[in-house]
Write a protein that binds this ligand. Structure first.
Ligand SMILES: N[C@@H](CCC(=O)N[C@@H](CS)C(=O)NCC(=O)O)C(=O)O
Length: 220
């Protein structure tokens, strides 16, 4: 039995939940998964009973003496990084790691226009949407971040991997929901680098597994 339990929301909708879920899957960290259906009459009550913030994702780590509770996607990622140092969830190089932390924090606290106008709908690929209200500015900045990470760090990484810092890291987990949004509300005019990143992320078996879970939950 695993001692980590990750509680998440609907896979079609819960962008914040996708981050720690895909991080743990990609890193091969075993965990039990609990699902809470969002937007149901009982959702508020169930969330309040589960997570101190009343939000998902929520990670519980049962140890011999304690239960450690973490209720924010970036805090969960940081905790897992400390729990599994050998997995190098952040890039090993200090400059790359600082950059990865900065772009992850920027994602965590920013891009409000895109979040508001383009909610994640993981299973949809056909929603054309206006890029008004600052959405285009968010798209441009995200594409710039992806291009810069891949050119300055990813391309130079010994793995030759297609991710932001070469191999999959916390930064990729943080941007996974944006990849889904760009697919849902696209096609977008993007640089070759940003388009290649979307292709690499979308091809991950873990992204497909999340989508299969969303299909099961929605009965589609
Ligand atoms: N900053 C938090 C945000 C979490 C969040 O907003 N979660 C949403 C789901 S994606 C939620 O739990 N909403 C409650 C609801 O829909 O009732 C994190 O990074 O985990």
């Amino acid at each position: 039995m695993t001692d980590l339990t990750l509680t998440i929301g609907d896979k079609n909708l819960s962008s914040w939940s996708l981050r720690p879920w895909i991080l743990m899957k990609q890193a091969g960290i075993p965990f039990a998964e609990k699902n809470i259906r969002l937007d149901q009459p009982e959702t508020r009550k169930v969330l309040a009973e589960t997570s101190p913030s009343g939000l998902v994702p929520f990670l519980a780590h049962t140890t011999d003496s304690d239960e450690i509770r973490i209720w924010d996607s970036l805090a969960i990622a940081e905790y897992l990084n400390e729990l599994y140092p050998e997995k190098q969830l952040w890039p090993a190089d200090i400059k790359a790691r600082a950059h990865a932390r900065a772009v992850s924090a920027e994602m965590h606290s920013g891009f409000g226009a895109m979040r508001a106008v383009w909610p994640m709908q993981f299973l949809r690929q056909d929603l054309k949407h206006l890029t008004s209200g600052g959405v285009q500015r968010d798209i441009d900045r995200i594409a710039q971040i992806w291009g810069e990470c891949r050119t300055k760090f990813g391309a130079k990484h010994e793995s030759g991997g297609p991710f932001l810092f070469g191999v999959f890291s916390i930064a990729d987990a943080m941007y996974a929901p944006v990849v889904s949004r760009f697919t849902t509300y696209g096609p977008l005019e993007l640089s070759a680098d940003a388009a290649a990143y979307i292709e690499a992320m979308s091809a991950l078996p873990t992204m497909k597994e999340w989508g299969d879970g969303a299909k099961m939950q929605t009965g589609s």
